[in-house]
Design a protein around this ligand. Sequence first.
Ligand SMILES: [Zn+2]
Length: 425
Amino acid sequence: MTKVLQNVQMLNEQGELQTVNIAMAEGKITAIGQNIDVADAEIIEGNGLVIAPGFVDVHTHLREPGFEHKETIATGSASAAKGGFTTICAMPNTKPVPDSVENMQLINGLIKESAVIRVLPYGSLTRDISGEVRTNIEELKAHGAVAFSDDGVGIQLASTMYEQMKDAAQHDVVVVAHCEDNSLIYDGVMHEGKRNQELGLPGIPSICESVQIARDVLLAEAAGARYHVCHVSTKESVRAVRDAKAAGIRVTAEVCPHHLLLEEMDIPSDDANWKMNPPLRGADDKDSLHAAMMDGTIDCIATDHAPHTVEEKCCGMVGAPFGIVGFETAFPLLYTQFVETGKWTLKQLIDWMSVKAAQIFDLPYGTLEVGASADMILIDLNKEQTIDAEGFVSKGRNTPFNGWVAKGWPVLTIFEGNIVYQEAE
Ligand SMILES: [Zn+2]
């Protein structure tokens, strides 16, 4: 049956909003325009709200299998749907790790059973993400791995990274790297700068990230690989990516909302809801990330949604795991802080959260056009709401943004033509 989403405001290529209706059938968009025949169609009223393609998040942690007390594929994908995401890529630091055909099949089965949106699993680069034994990229790709990463830890040995990059190049898949040199972590729990000294906490220097990016872009060049850098956080990392792009190396990069919104001096106390990896850096780092978005050095925004339990995050930074949740606050926070203030256009923000992310992995999602998957969201740009972690669909409550007021909330999410999230009246 045809459905028509009626009376919505869609951005055109020039970034102007135009009123349209969108027809969909069998999970695909069949027509977009002002004069769509709605006879016999099921009508969904859009109330003049803004329509956007479903967001694409290439960096997420769903915790299942193995850590279902933190999150499950059901709760994580529902949380993503509420945040306006319809395609998410799941990082492989689960138990078991998707490092073999058997484990990949197990994870595919769990996704099929309980995901409410499209969940695309990563394959790992090494067995058990231990950095030692290399996985079989060809096999894992054949069983659905969207790309390859050991996210959560850096690959310490250059030769391991190089060999996997050569294999990835041969099979035309992207190598996605959490860059962290273990010899430079120094047991740090936040950025090594000013605030960690004030709080008396061990710091992680910026070079811990940037030196591995510098290594990897050279390896990617030698291997002819496509290389994507996770959660860029420092100005030196930005420079390494910018220089690599200028040199013609096939590198792309993502940034997380929290690194654009916060800096080390914002950390109020020894509170693990402010502990993530990479950590919140200096003001100059944050400025360089913003500049990198404007000049195309950074390609897209990814949340690094990383739920943990209240107990794990209760008692200061030193004992707590790294990570914060991100799905349900990403768009409103970025919209409020950067679009409403005139720093970015609405089109830039939507593109960074949808089509630009999809393009890195050749995914045919994140666009609103006839023939595309009917993945779309309605956003109420005028709706203002206080962020309340207790109200999250995610099992995670670990966010530094609790109590912030934000505008621009997704109110309806359609995935393959079906409503998968609707704001309660
Ligand atoms: Zn990471």
